[in-house]
Design a protein around this ligand. Structure first.
Ligand code: GRF
Length: 192
């Protein structure tokens, strides 16, 4: 079976990137060829370099999405994983990689998604609503924030959580399992 060649997009901490790299199940099945960020520097980039993974800056300080798309086609990228990437992906780029771009979101979409709903804002809204269940969603990316079709979700009991931070920690633990599972399905079945 051919190795699935990945590009992982990040904007910050990179714990989901780490979960992909650390996943035993994915060993030999995937190769992370590029880690891409809209930031010139971020903790995830530091981790990528430690792992010997090439880093790319996209946007005003780096490559255009068009240039990056060409690079990805030449490099045989089969799956693009948005793991904490905060910028909207342009429509042209989405169309060039139709069905090959996935995102992880820290709530049960379609709730708590859309522009401005990211990071702590998501968990604060869930906490304020008094929800008893939250959890990550992995979905296909289209050119609207968090609106592509859902691939997998993992409900998490948050009824004992006393703050948005506690909800974030419970959900993140499941993100680190769910994202490698979905990538595994892509790599083995080439479908989900
Ligand atoms: C995660 O909660 C992810 O769901 C969201 O952004 C966060 C990124 O965390 N899209 P990390 O950079 O992977 O640690």
């Amino acid at each position: 079976m051919a190795t699935l060649r990945l590009a992982v997009f990040v904007s910050g901490r990179g714990s989901n990137l780490r979960a992909i790299v650390d996943s035993n199940r994915l060993k030999g099945l995937i190769k992370i060829v590029y880690v891409v960020s809209d930031k010139v520097e971020c903790p995830a980039f530091g981790f990528a370099r430690e792992q010997g993974i090439k880093t790319i800056v996209v946007g005003k300080n780096g490559l255009s999405f068009d240039q990056m798309a060409t690079l990805f086609e030449e490099a045989g990228i089969g799956l693009i994983v948005l793991a904490g990437f905060l910028k909207l992906i342009p429509r042209d780029f989405v169309e060039r990689f139709e069905g090959k771009i996935i995102n992880i979101h820290p709530a049960l979409l379609p709730n708590y998604g859309g522009k401005g709903m990211y990071g702590h804002f998501v968990h604060e809204a869930v906490f304020a609503a008094g929800d008893k269940v939250s959890g990550p969603t992995v979905h296909f990316v289209n050119s609207e924030y968090d609106r592509g079709s859902i691939i997998a979700q993992r409900p998490v009991d948050i009824s004992d959580a006393k703050s948005p931070e506690e909800i974030a920690a419970l959900v993140l633990k499941e993100e680190h399992k769910l994202l490698p599972e979905v990538i595994y399905k892509f790599s083995v079945e080439c479908r989900v």
